[in-house]
Design a protein around this ligand. Structure first.
Ligand code: ATP
Ligand code: MG
Length: 440
């Protein structure tokens, strides 16, 4: 058989207007049906599907016979003539003149995405699972979210930076850091690119973002935690206070959602989702009023406590009822619940200029204004009982001129999960890392 050559079109590009043109398409064989003198194939690629129709007599005998030897999920290249046909699924089909088999499959498929399977089984066979256009659509939406946020950031004068994933000291202490062998020493996988972002601001970078992974060695099995996740982490300087970072974050989220609504129509249709563009400004709640709201909702908190899962859920509900809004910022967290590097309100040091963004009752980001005054950083580190020598690599730079700054780290998988109402965050990353899952 002669070789068919290069693909000329994606399935989606085959339109009735191309009638009689010769094309080459390539993809996975999703179905084969035979009705006597007629054989129908459905070929699918990343763009969608196209029907290939072979009628005995209209196509060569060898092509006609060859079709019966093909199997589901084989990868094939098809050359043929486009034919307008109002009875075909998209008013158009391809009449094949040649078919090349690029890859065959084993006899039985371990996962048929057309049959509903448990998430664990799906993840075991993730590659096959992601052939379901609905599951693939999640990642087209995710890619768009990132594209819009980073475009917007660049437009606002931010530059992208890469900060280290391997760090020499576990910055915030804690048991939930992964440690790795690093020659004859220990290194740790970062939990957040936070501290190095601050250092680049100290270097004068002014407005930066880091798009990258963080790791959490949390053995908890929740539908909102991964052991490896990604964040869009933003830092900017010469701010007046934390409300300047709130404005930037709001802008990013709104742009991201607008972009998805505009450019991901087909994906949203597949996923049966409608995107509501949130009204600006987003509601902003502050501690200690947050305690009153929670109490009104039936949850009593101790002074100094931050938000637990139940608290997040109740606040989300309250905001939805009161403001008809899916987003809200929570500001002025108790210093007790936040790390040493946050900035406190000078006059009310119990409260920090720490901000979380909530979406549908789930934390989407944490951030706020950072403390840039050396003396205060040291004082706060002492209050948190940190060994000063362990953080000296970071704190020492604050003696040499650092402007006021703030930022946030927004979880990409959480944003995707909540936007598309996915039950489990594992669906929002192609190959999730969870306590029980390190493969594939
Ligand atoms: P949570 O309290 O929900 O566990 P966190 O406060 O520990 O989150 P941060 O350190 O504030 O998380 O991280 C910034 C953002 O990164 C979070 O708001 C969230 O969107 C995302 N994130 C953090 N940890 C995880 C995780 N284990 N899996 C997925 N996303 C995460
Ligand atoms: Mg947080």
């Amino acid at each position: 058989m002669d070789k068919i050559g290069l693909r000329t079109h994606y399935a989606k590009e085959i339109k009735p207007e191309l009638d009689s043109e010769e094309v080459v398409v390539g993809g996975w064989l999703r179905s084969i049906r035979e009705h006597g003198r007629l054989k129908f194939l459905v070929l699918e690629d990343k763009s969608g599907s196209i029907q290939i129709t072979a009628k005995r007599g209209d196509v060569s005998d060898s092509v006609f016979e060859n079709i019966s030897s093909l199997g589901k999920e084989w990868v094939i290249l098809v050359r043929g003539k486009v034919k307008k046909n109002s009875e075909a699924p998209k008013g158009v089909e391809i009449v094949p003149t040649g078919i090349d088999v690029l890859s065959e499959t084993a006899d039985t498929l371990p996962l048929d995405f057309k049959v509903k399977a448990e998430l664990d089984t799906r993840l075991d066979w993730r590659v096959l699972d992601l052939r379901d256009p609905k599951n693939a659509a999640i990642f087209k939406v995710q890619s768009k979210l990132i594209e819009e946020m980073t475009d917007r950031l660049r437009m606002m004068g931010f530059i992208q930076v890469f900060t280290p994933c391997l760090i020499g000291a576990a910055s915030e202490g804690g048991a939930d850091v992964f440690s790795v062998a690093y020659f004859d020493k220990r290194a740790y996988l970062r939990q957040d690119p936070q501290l190095h972002r601050e250092l680049l601001i100290a270097a004068g970078f002014d407005k930066i973002f880091d798009l990258g992974p963080s790791w959490r060695a949390e053995p908890s099995h929740t539908p909102r935690h991964l052991c490896e996740h990604r964040g869009c982490a933003v830092e900017l300087s010469f701010i007046r206070d934390e409300t300047d970072t709130i404005k930037i974050e709001e802008e990013l989220v709104v742009s991201a959602l607008q972009g998805v609504k505009k450019d991901c129509r087909e994906e949203l249709e597949l996923l049966e989702k409608d995107i509501k563009i949130p009204r600006r400004p987003f509601p902003e709640l502050r501690f200690p009023e947050v305690y009153d709201i929670l109490e009104e909702m039936g949850k009593k908190n101790r002074l100094g406590e931050g938000l637990d899962r139940e608290g997040e859920r109740l606040l989300g509900k309250w905001v939805e009822e009161k403001y008809k809004h899916e987003f809200c910022f929570v500001n002025r967290f108790p210093f007790e619940s936040k790390p040493f590097y946050v900035m406190r309100v000078d006059e009310e040091p119990q409260w920090a200029r720490s901000v979380d963004l909530m979406f549908k009752g789930l934390e989407l980001s944490s951030g706020g204004q950072r403390e840039h005054r050396y003396d205060k950083i040291i004082k706060q580190a002492k209050e948190k009982n940190l060994a000063l020598k362990n953080i000296e690599w970071f704190t020492k730079f604050f003696k040499y001129g650092v402007p006021p700054m703030g930022g946030f780290n927004l979880g990409i998988e959480r944003l995707t999960q909540k936007l598309l109402d996915l039950e489990n965050i594992r669906e929002a990353t192609p190959f999730p890392r969870a306590p029980e899952r390190l493969l594939p």
